[in-house]
Design a protein around this ligand. Structure first.
Ligand code: ADP
Ligand code: MG
Length: 342
């Protein structure tokens, strides 16, 4: 064996990319998270050929200062945390400083951006190297385009080319982000077709209508419960409108959408016997908590989290869903009654 050596940063980033940007939908998730962290109120996502040809995200957020250009694609370079104290109370969606370094290692990237205190700048980065940084067009926010994803990782490229489900995954991610952030307007366009469009006016019921349709929104029961540690807000859809899988359970923690088997189970338990057998409900809830109570640094994708008061949270969620839905069921479902003749 040859002696141990430290790999150069281009290879380090390629290795990390294997986990952080597993597929086109993870690139989309990371980039939209950056837009949200930059306080964007409007995020537009344009996808061509399931993201393999192009992924473009345009936001009206804070933008990037031109002097930050050289750091943008450096691993563990972030504006979001400073110390390990911050790491245990994450308030932003990103914090690892890995996404752009990873994406830049396995794709071609252009960024056009302007920070209020800086100059407009255009940056081109390809396969781990900064190609150019030149003055850009005047604009608000950031416009980032990814092309030729996985061009230099042949096995991943071949694998992704054979996948058919990627568009569905991208739609799912944008829908979940829109449901978790009713104050932000999201637009997703796939191969020229608009798939998601939300207004960003803060009205969650309208977002539910935009995503799942008016009939689902009409059957939404408001959820509002809290204890000393947690506040749960959102909507649970009446049980007569249901689905055959759990993909319609939208849970976010401090506006980060997550997947968590136990919390999903608590929601289903909350509906108790009201749901038909083998059916799952449609629910959209956000749980607000002190970020010290949740560890988001579990996996690079940041979808899995660990709670320090898990049992208490599950109990609160189950009873919140249970009481609100049951109370509502005592009221007849007026929207399904036939209109009376005049
Ligand atoms: P992280 O989000 O974990 O900090 P990223 O690699 O995703 O790491 O991004 C690196 C940095 O680039 C961010 O910390 C942020 O300062 C800046 N950045 C990336 N995208 C945007 C954007 N759309 N608007 C403003 N700043 C951005
Ligand atoms: Mg990020």
């Amino acid at each position: 064996m040859s002696p141990i050596k430290v790999l150069d940063s281009a290879i380090q980033n390629k290795i990390a990319a294997g986990e952080v940007v597993e597929r086109p939908s993870s690139v989309v998730k990371e980039l939209v998270e950056n837009s949200i962290d930059a306080h964007a109120t409007q995020v537009e996502v344009f996808i061509e050929e399931s993201g393999m040809k192009q992924i473009r995200i345009v936001d009206n957020g804070d933008g990037i200062h031109h002097t930050d250009g050289p750091l943008l694609f450096q691993r563990h370079a972030t504006s979001k945390i400073d110390t390990d104290y911050d790491l245990f109370q994450i308030r932003s969606l990103g914090f690892r400083g890995e996404a752009l370094a990873s994406i830049g290692a396995v794709a071609k990237v252009t960024v056009e951006t302007k920070h209020s205190a800086g100059n407009p700048v255009f940056i081109r980065f390809e396969g781990g190297s900064l190609i150019e940084q030149i003055p850009g067009k005047e604009r608000q926010g950031t416009d980032i385009t990814i092309t030729d994803l996985f061009f230099n990782t042949p096995a991943r490229l071949k694998y992704m080319r054979s996948m058919r489900t990627e568009s569905g995954k991208i739609i799912d991610i944008i829908q979940r982000m829109a449901l978790a952030n009713p104050n932000i307007s999201f637009r997703l366009v796939l191969d020229g077709q608009e798939k998601v469009m939300t207004k960003g006016n803060g009205n969650l019921k309208e977002v539910i209508s935009d995503i799942y349709g008016l009939n689902v929104a009409r059957h939404a029961v408001e959820i509002d419960a809290h204890d000393a540690d947690f506040e749960i807000r959102g909507y649970a859809i009446r049980p007569e409108i249901n689905r055959s899988n759990r993909n319609y359970l939208n849970i976010s923690v401090n506006r980060r959408f997550i997947k968590n088997f136990r919390l999903s189970q608590s929601i289903v338990n909350g509906y108790h016997t009201l749901l038909p057998k083998d059916k799952s409900p449609i629910v959209v809830i956000d749980i607000t908590m002190d970020p010290k109570l949740v560890d988001v640094n579990v996996h690079p994708s940041k979808i899995e989290v660990r709670f320090s008061k898990e049992r208490e949270l599950n109990r609160l969620l189950e009873s919140a869903i249970g009481t609100h839905v049951k109370n509502e069921m005592l009221i007849p479902d007026v929207s399904r009654e036939k209109p009376r003749r005049q």
